[in-house]
Design a binder for this molecule. Structure first.
Ligand SMILES: [Zn+2]
Length: 328
């Protein structure tokens, strides 16, 4: 249970830690570094649990002993989590931790502390933590989590083992978005737009994004069914909706994904289709648009993106693109 999800997204880190547990070669301090959403805290908790579990076997916690249960419910007296208070982690927070640790553990001397956003420690807090790391603590593990490993003091970095968490693959991001109860068509699209989970989640939570998606689907429908009216529709409905350049850039990205999907249909790889709930429309379009034309459409969208970047007027870029796509 504890390692399961993480071992799918961070197999290398999980394997290394479990091996260290089995060989009883855990370090006294770790730095888990990687982007937001890569599962650093989940791995930290799993490590704490395995370390403190009374019946750990083969690098796995039992999930049933009091230690496991208390860690799962977040109230184990020997597992401490420190997070920034406001903008930073302050020296008093580190001092508080040291005070707690001055007493011996509840049942053994084993203790774990996790410092979330460790790069947000003030210099005083970091120096105070440093002294703590230097004490030959018996059975204590420090786990520092950070998205900005280079902002940590060198002296801290040199005393800890750094483990890098890999960015999530699109499937990993999709999975996590679904866990947040984002509707699948939206989640699938967002996870193919960015490899940054936090950004993907933010995109999904904007109502505008779902509307933009619907607009782009509608545009492809117009192109297919009423090509003669496309330019009118473009001016009436689209340019007023995709007002900012950034919004237009996103619209082009969505269009790019649509035509990539069209190519996937041609290549009989419908499992790769991102607009999976539009399979029927895509298949219809594939009947009308040859594989070669679909490839040309992709090229035309890339050209439009480049022209938008070089400050050609959005209206002109979009009109020319629509004319090109209509030919397909
Ligand atoms: Zn246990």
């Amino acid at each position: 249970m504890s390692w399961e999800t993480s071992s799918k997204t961070q197999p290398r880190v999980v394997k290394l830690l479990k091996n260290s547990i089995k060989k009883q070669r855990l370090a006294h301090a770790y730095i888990f570094e990687g982007a937001q959403g890569t599962g650093k805290m989940a791995v930290g908790i799993a490590l704490a649990k395995t370390f403190l579990c009374r019946n750990a076997e083969d690098g796995n916690p039992c999930e049933n002993c009091t230690n496991c249960k208390r860690i799962t419910s977040g109230n184990h007296p020997d597992v401490h989590i420190i997070s920034p208070e406001g903008q930073s982690i302050k020296i008093d927070q580190i001092r508080g931790l040291q005070k707690e640790f001055a007493y011996s553990g509840m049942e053994s001397s084993k203790k774990v502390y996790i410092v979330e956003h460790a790069d947000k420690m003030t210099v005083q807090a970091a120096n105070s933590l440093l002294k703590f790391l230097e004490e030959p603590g018996s059975d204590t593990i420090a786990i520092l989590l950070t998205e900005q490993v280079h902002s940590l003091l060198d002296t801290i970095r040199s005393r800890a083992q750094t483990l890098s968490f890999s960015p999530l693959a699109p499937e990993g991001i999709l999975q996590k978005l679904l866990e947040e109860e984002i509707p699948k068509p939206i989640a699938a699209l967002a996870s193919s737009l960015t490899s940054d989970y936090a950004e993907a989640l933010e995109i999904c939570r904007e109502e505008w994004f779902a509307q933009a998606r619907a607009k782009v689907i509608q545009l492809t429908e117009e192109l297919r069914l009423r090509p003669d009216y496309c330019l009118v529709v473009l001016q009436d409905q689209y340019l007023s909706f995709f007002k900012e350049k950034e919004q237009l850039r996103l619209a082009l990205n969505l269009l790019l994904i649509w035509y990539r999907d069209l190519l996937s249909i041609h290549l009989s790889q419908s499992e790769k289709v991102v607009f999976f709930d539009q399979l029927q429309a895509l298949e219809q379009q594939a009947l009308q648009t040859s594989q070669k034309k679909a490839g040309e459409a992709l090229q035309a969208i890339l050209t439009a993106q480049a022209r938008l970047r070089s400050n050609v007027s959005p209206l002109m870029v979009m009109e020319q693109l629509v004319l090109r796509l209509r030919e397909g």
